[in-house]
Design a protein around this ligand. Structure first.
Ligand SMILES: NC(=O)c1ccc[n+]([C@@H]2O[C@H](COP(=O)([O-])OP(=O)(O)OC[C@H]3O[C@@H](n4cnc5c(N)ncnc54)[C@H](O)[C@@H]3O)[C@@H](O)[C@H]2O)c1
Length: 451
């Protein structure tokens, strides 16, 4: 009997009351709508202070640093950015005595720094991460791990060669919600997985990356040449610098920005290495501000059967002109139910269609008796909501805690370079598919574009 059909039998037994309540997985032993608390072992050892530096002190970099220093024994001692206003803000926030620079190599040369957060635009992730690991630093690199599909192996190699801790910053990876979803899927709570979907809906200038451009941003306060990295030289353009997501040389479009979170979570929950076929479609429908990437994108993905999971399809979309606005979503669907996965909550919904028709006892009665009393069954709950306990510090804290624990206790992280590359690759290949107007085949084991 396959793993999946044995799970199905297990759930069938549940519906006919064959298994006692005490034996039910926690997931299924619940009243019609039930809210349970998700627990996590709290044992974490805290040793010496870890000194960290922030490279890229913009919106997410500051959020990362703010969270990182709430982990006990972590101190921020330096910050690097290419815009002086950001360095001034970092000093204001973390103290005048922190070291600041426009050149990240000055941070890497410092012996007193154990780890760096890389929260620059995407086109700098690979170079800074590799240089930092070669300098012996542990690295927390924001997602997507790389800007281009060809860059992944360099990061994996640097991690392996230097034996330092490298974590990609898709914080949902370390969340209670993802852990619960993984456990539920393995317990057969939705039967056999056949489909997953996710979306991001936004409907505001900020949501669509039209960030404010500081009035004092100019060639004196911005290191424009360094920002460009290996990409074409051009005159200073504040839109390109402060709204870099809109441009292909620096950003990775909506898929690299947002799909990548959904890939990380999905791959964690299903133990998947990734899809084999990727196809994207979309368009620039509204935010026609000179951007080079679509504001609506749909991706379709084919996941082949592996020892870890059955074959299934994934559908993802981002809409920056969505009247339903400000919602996001990841749902896994199986033949017996579905679950919506959030970082602090999982909503499991089970369908009941199998309950009466699969009951062998009922068909026997139909044969032998004239009058059949079709007595109803006890059925398991339709919907079970698992919620994090009050006071949960959240996925972001967990992800940093995971990172610092790995450094201190020489443990593995939730999202290392190999995992990070496998999460980034299908997101980046969405862009390749969209711009080339064709499906792309990817080998997630060998990490190679097939065609
Ligand atoms: N994990 C998440 O939920 C999440 C959320 C938002 C952003 N991000 C990621 O974080 C990264 C930063 O995004 P953001 O929204 O903070 O952008 P941002 O523009 O607000 O900040 C980027 C900062 O990097 C600086 N910078 C550019 N090149 C640099 C270099 N070579 N050295 C040092 N500093 C440099 C810029 O001056 C800017 O201040 C992106 O990769 C993004 O995908 C992750």
């Amino acid at each position: 009997m396959s793993k999946h059909s044995s799970r199905r039998k297990f759930i069938q037994k549940l519906s006919t009351g064959v298994i006692g309540a005490a034996l039910l997985p926690e997931a299924l032993n619940a009243s019609t709508v039930k809210t349970e608390k998700i627990n996590r072992s709290k044992s974490r050892s805290v040793n010496d202070t870890l000194q960290i530096a922030l490279i890229g002190a913009g919106g997410m970099g500051m959020a990362d640093a703010n969270t990182a220093i709430t982990v006990p024994g972590v101190k921020l001692v330096a910050a690097c950015d290419l815009y002086d206003g950001r360095l001034a803000a970092a000093k204001q926030k973390y103290g005048n005595d922190i070291f600041t620079t426009r050149d990240y190599r000055e941070i890497l040369n410092r012996k007193d720094i154990d780890a760096v957060i890389v929260a620059t635009p995407d086109h700098w992730h690979k170079d800074i991460s590799v240089d930092a690991m070669n300098a012996g630093k542990s690295v927390y690199c924001e997602k997507p791990m790389v800007h281009d599909i060809t860059e992944g192996n360099a990061v994996i190699d640097a991690q392996n060669k230097n034996k330092v801790v490298f974590q990609v910053g898709s914080q949902g990876m370390s969340s209670l919600g993802n852990e619960k979803a993984k456990e539920l899927l393995a317990a057969g709570a939705i039967g056999k997985l056949n489909y997953a979907e996710g979306f991001w809906a936004r409907n505001s200038p900020g949501g669509a990356w039209q960030y404010d451009i500081p009035a004092d941003g100019n060639l004196n306060t911005v290191d424009w040449k360094r920002f460009l990295n290996k990409y074409p030289d051009r005159p200073y353009d504040p839109k390109r610098f402060f709204r870099w997501r809109c441009y292909k040389d620096y950003g990775t479009g909506v898929s690299g920005d947002l799909f990548v979170h959904l890939f990380s979570s999905l791959h964690f929950i299903t133990n998947s290495k990734g899809p084999e076929k990727i196809m994207a479609m979309g368009g620039l429908r509204y935010w026609k501000d000179g951007r080079e990437v679509p504001d609506i994108l749909m991706g379709m993905f084919d996941y082949a059967e592996t020892p870890e999971h059955p074959d299934f399809n994934l559908s993802l979309r981002v809409n920056f002109v969505d009247g339903t606005a400000d919602s996001t979503y990841l749902r896994l669907v199986g033949n017996e139910g579905s679950m919506n996965v959030e970082w602090d909550k999982v909503t499991l919904t089970r369908n009941k269609a199998y309950a009466a028709t699969d009951d062998p006892l009922l068909s026997t009665k139909l044969k032998d008796q004239k009058y059949v009393y079709e007595r109803k069954h006890m059925v398991p709950p339709d919907t079970t909501v698992f919620k994090a306990e009050d006071g949960y510090k959240g996925a972001h804290y967990d992800h940093f805690n995971n990172f610092f624990t790995a450094i201190r206790e020489k443990k593995t992280v939730a999202e290392d370079a190999l995992f990070g590359y496998r999460a980034a690759a299908p997101a980046l290949l969405c862009n390749d598919s969209y711009f080339a107007d064709k499906a792309v085949k990817w080998d997630p084991v060998k990490l190679k574009v097939v065609s």
